[in-house]
Every structure is written in C-alpha cells, then in structure tokens.
Design a protein. Structure first.
Ligand code: IPM
Ligand code: MG
Length: 362
C-alpha cells in the first residue's frame, strides 16, 4: 500500500527548501520500506495568484486524504496589502484549523558544530535541547468576535483570546507525554497575573499534572520566560503554552540555536494527518537565488518519519546526516557569522551534501 504525501511548497524560498526535503524523503522512505505517492498543490500567495484564494477547498480535501503534509512557507511583499482575511497566511491558518492540528511541536536543538553561530555566548547555548509545544487552533488567532469597526468616527479593532478546558487539557497532555519521553520537566507559560484565560490554563494544567507525577511541572510568566530563554535556556526541557505566546517564544527559542533556518516543526491533531513545516518564513529577500537553508525542511521530514510513520530509526539517520554535514563544515549563508570568512553552499548543494551523507550511512 502506498502512503499519500501532499507537498505544499508555498511562496518565497518554500519551493526551494521543499524540493530538497522531498529528495531526502524519497531516500528515507526507501530505507524505511515505505512506498510514497507524492502530490503537489498550491497554498498561500501562489494559490491567491492562481485560484484567487490562499487555500482552495480541493486542496483541503487532498490534505484530508493524505497521511502527511509537507509545507514550505507562505507570504511575501506582493500580498502584504491584502486584508488579514485574504492574505497568504490565512491559507496556513485554515489548513491547521481544518485538519484539527492543535498541537504544534517546535524543537530547538543546538547542533554542536553551530554553537558558535548563535548570537548568545557558546557556553550559554551549548547542549540546548528544548521543545516548545504550542497550541495551534485556538486562542486569539481564532477567537470571536474579531474585526474592525468605526465607533463614533474612530477606527477600532478587536480580537478575542478564548480557550475552553478541553482545548487546554488535550494540548497539556501532548506536552506531558513529550516530557515523559525527554527529561521529565515541563514549563507552562502564561500571563495569569493579568489574563483570565491564563488563570484557566493554570487550573487545567495543574489538574492534568495529577496524571503525570513523574514529570516536574513549573509555571512561568511569559515575560520572564522570554528573559530566561536568553539568560539560561538550558533550564528548559518542554514548554507548553497558547497560540500567541507560542508563536513568539518559538522564534526566540529558534534564535538561540543560531539560525531560524535550522528549525523544523510538526503539527499534529485529532484527524491523524500530520503537517510538517520549517519554522522559518518565506524569506522573499533571498527567494529564487539558491541561497536558502533547506535543513529545517529536511529536519521536518525527520519529524514526519518519527511522528507519522513511527520510524524513529530512519528519522535518526536523517538527523545524523544533517549533523555530519555541519560537522564537515558545510554552511548555508544564514549559518555564517558576520565577519567570518568561509565558503557557503547553496540550497541545492546543501541538499546534495545531506543526501551524500545519508547514502554513506546506509
Ligand atoms: C508561524 C508563523 C505563522 C503563525 C504565520 C505565518 C501565520 O509565524 O507558524 O509561527 O503566526 O502561526
Ligand atoms: Mg511565527
């Protein structure tokens, strides 16, 4: 039986990095004895240009009929003037919601060869291995009422942050389960000194914690968490938080590792389809120049192998190939520090290097 994979390259560097990731996926699938059937479809600005919508209903249906979705990135200056409801980003938000992908796993790991690429001191980032578990289908991103109005001649806009206990309970369990497979420590990030929503999170997280007495739980205010992430990131194992805080903190966590270009993500949920995408955006400034770093997309393939196909062994081979390529000294432009003299690889050449390593490890 073959497994359907839907590839949504999107905009900017999305198509370049997903092309390299697909090459890696093909080899890895052979390794795993998986027969894949890959299809490609449009999302984001590319879909707006072709079909007048950031995500067509037919593509949602295609995604539902797939085992996994591999996504590149969406957005770019061409579509910046559009309203929130018609922008490329809406395609991404819609596919998350339609597939019920409430759990977004964003690991931030420092590859030993890259400890020097972080803007933080090497001794602060050395050995960092943390996981942000971000709630992805609720909170202020989706709450109603929302929108703009003219009130007594003044422009006004509103968004609503809302969570119910079921949404909090299920993401908290994903985070505790992850902590159990790691270092048994979970930090819940909140703003309970101001927000009722966070107070409910505190209550529910404490209730769920009773089922996980082997995991140590800490509650941390979001502002001090932002501070601690740059002062002492080594204290964190798993972080669980809502949609908006998770969006912000996962970029911060990513930067600790030296480059946003290194970080993969998995979005999982109730329906059984997993969506895998690099954390970085569409980087329109370097799109089409073969200058992008495909490693986050390639590491997203490793997450697909682990979570959708439960082949941690082959996932480890992909991660091992990336580690080896970096250890050999290969870098894309984003991984080179200011003032550092070093030749860089393009996106395709970096993909080649990973494939070579993967084949060597066979
Ligand atoms: C992310 C991105 C998206 C988000 C944008 C592109 C809608 O920043 O995946 O972190 O805010 O979720
Ligand atoms: Mg973000």
């Amino acid at each position: 039986m073959s497994e359907k994979i839907l590839v949504l390259p999107g905009d900017g560097i999305g198509p370049e990095v997903t092309r390299e990731a697909c090459r890696v996926l093909e080899i890895a699938a052979q390794r795993a004895g998986l027969k894949l059937e890959m299809e490609e479809a449009l999302i984001g600005g590319a879909s707006i240009d072709a079909d007048g919508t950031p995500l067509a209903d037919a593509v949602v249906a295609q995604a539902r009929a797939s085992r996994a979705v591999l996504l590149g990135a969406v957005g770019g200056p061409k579509w910046d003037a559009l309203s929130v409801d018609t922008r490329p980003e809406k395609g991404l938000l819609r596919i998350r919601k339609e597939l019920g992908l409430f759990a977004n796993l964003r690991p931030a790991t420092v590859f030993p060869a890259l400890a020097g690429a972080s803007t933080l001191r090497p001794e602060v980032v050395d050995g960092i291995d943390l996981l942000v578990v971000r709630e992805l289908t609720g909170g202020i991103y989706f709450g109603e009422p929302r929108g703009r109005a003219l009130v007594e001649g003044r422009r006004e806009a509103r968004n609503t942050m809302v969570y119910d206990e079921v949404e909090i309970d299920r993401i908290t369990r994903v985070a505790f389960d992850s902590a159990r497979r790691r270092r048994h420590h979970l930090t819940h990030v909140h703003k309970a000194n101001v927000l009722e929503v966070s107070q409910l999170w505190m209550e529910v997280v404490d209730e769920v914690a009773k089922d996980y007495d082997d995991v140590e739980l800490a509650h941390q205010l979001v502002d001090s968490c932002a501070m601690l992430l740059v002062r002492d990131p080594g204290r964190f194992d798993v972080i669980v938080t809502g949609n908006l805080f998770g969006d912000i903190l996962s970029d911060e966590a990513a930067m600790i590792t030296g480059s946003l270009g290194m970080l993969p993500s998995a979005s999982l949920g109730e329906g059984g389809v997993g969506l895998y995408e690099p954390v970085h955006g569409s980087a329109p400034d370097i799109a089409g120049q073969d200058a992008a770093n495909p490693l986050a997309a390639i590491l997203s393939v490793a997450m697909m192998l682990e979570h959708t196909f439960e082949r941690e062994d082959v996932a480890a081979q992909v991660r091992g190939a990336v580690t080896a390529v970096l250890a050999e000294g290969h870098r894309t432009g984003d991984l080179v520090l200011d003032g550092e003299e070093r030749p860089t690889l393009g996106c395709v050449a970096m993909g080649d290097a990973v494939l070579r390593q993967l084949e060597k490890g066979a």
